[in-house]
Design a protein around this ligand. Structure first.
Ligand code: ATP
Ligand code: MG
Length: 375
């Protein structure tokens, strides 16, 4: 077998969130917790975390104030959860015009039919009741997401499972770009999604039992919720409607409290809060056998969620004292990110043959052509 020596692309992360609300524990287990681990692993050359305001405007265009207000909320959530601006570049999407430029050129590489088949877009259109009034910007946001990922030459995109079709679509765009404009040199990088290992974390359900905790559905526990708010939400969570008496056998399937335990519970939590059980398996066994009440399980979950959120809340309180410093972090990060995106953009323009003024050879050869005509 021939061994092809290939210099592997440096490992780069790009991911982000829409500033449509504060971040919730679905974001935390689906992506944020992992980002902090990856940041601290030191294995990545660059990490870009983007507040996707332009994308948020595609379905909130009538409500720019909402997007504007939530920039700082998301930034505070990032920093409180452990993203460190000395290791990670935090940026605001709209401040990088190259992303819009790339989106425009990529839109030639995607058909309307292909966008219509994108399952995430399909379900999000349904959820938002757009019916026939789908804004073009919303419909085409997978293209803009491809621009975001590729502008930073991201190799790795840590996301929840709802984003897999986006990464797939990005990979198609990259391949098509190379096939058409740059068959000999790979200008762009094919990204890979990094999804959480446990199913519970891939798509955390809402407190109402709905398939996904989502800012737009109002079924969230926010990272910035007060301990009281968390308590109210956990104690009124959806469990098993058939589990009426404590003695009734309970069901785990679709039982949100147990899904959250799958996402958050570690063995040491039992020692601290529920020493009668050795681990989650034992607790689940008892529940399905009957004889274990929902309130007891919810109290256990509540302790775990409070313990997880407490350091995040404390850090947020500190950060809230100096808001201008947080905007400064975003400004600096956006400037840094812009330089990277501009470099990619110039490579893209070269490949697409639209780098007229940088190409002195072009100008010279055109001069020669006209001179030949003259002669
Ligand atoms: P919106 O309702 O405005 O779309 P959202 O709650 O879906 O908001 P996004 O900003 O769209 O949040 O998602 C940001 C990231 O968080 C994505 O990687 C997404 O996969 C992940 N994510 C969002 N909700 C969940 C969830 N419930 N479980 C796991 N991951 C999630
Ligand atoms: Mg979403």
């Amino acid at each position: 077998m021939d061994t092809v020596t290939q210099t592997a692309a440096p490992k780069v992360i790009l991911t982000g969130d829409r500033p449509t609300g504060c971040l919730h524990i679905g974001h935390y287990v689906g992506s944020l917790r992992r980002r902090v681990e990856l940041q601290n692993s030191g294995e990545y050359e660059k990490i870009f975390i983007m507040i996707a305001d332009a994308q948020a405007l595609t379905d909130n265009f009538k409500n720019p104030e909402k997007v504007r207000e939530n920039i700082i909320e998301v930034a505070l959530d990032y920093l409180s959860a452990g993203l460190d601006p000395s290791k990670t570049t935090l940026l605001i999407q709209s401040q990088i015009p190259e992303l819009t430029e790339l989106t425009f050129f990529y839109s030639n590489l995607v058909t309307v039919a292909r966008l219509q088949r994108n399952p995430t877009v399909k379900s999000e259109i349904q959820m938002r009741n757009f019916e026939t009034d789908i804004p073009v910007g919303f419909f085409t946001y997978p293209i803009s997401q491809a621009a975001d990922i590729t502008a930073f030459k991201a190799t790795t995109v840590p996301v929840g499972v709802d984003q897999l079709p986006m990464i797939e679509q990005t990979r198609e765009i990259v391949n098509r770009f190379h096939y058409i404009y740059s068959p000999e040199k790979e200008v762009l990088v094919l990204p890979e999604a990094l999804i959480p290992e446990s199913e519970a974390c891939q798509r955390l359900p809402g407190t109402d039992g709905k398939a996904k905790m989502s800012k737009s559905l109002g079924n969230c526990i926010y990272l910035s919720d007060t301990p009281d708010a968390v308590k109210t939400k956990v104690m009124s969570m959806y469990t098993d409607p058939l589990h009426i008496q404590v003695s009734d056998p309970g069901h785990l399937e679709g039982n949100t409290v147990f899904t959250y335990l799958d996402a958050f519970c570690k063995p040491e939590h039992f020692e601290r809060y529920l020493p009668d059980y050795a681990n989650l398996e034992e607790l689940k066994d008892h529940y399905t056998r009957g004889g274990l009440g929902d309130v007891k399980v919810k109290k256990f979950l509540l302790n775990i969620v409070q313990e997880t959120l407490e350091p995040i809340r404390a850090k947020r309180k500190e950060l809230e004292k100096d808001i201008p410093a947080v905007y400064e972090i975003l400004k600096k990060g956006s400037q840094e990110a812009r330089e990277v995106a501009a470099q990619t953009m110039s490579e893209v323009k070269h490949a697409m043959r639209i780098d007229y003024f940088e190409d002195t050879e072009l100008i010279r050869s055109q001069q020669e052509r006209f001179a030949a005509k003259e002669g």
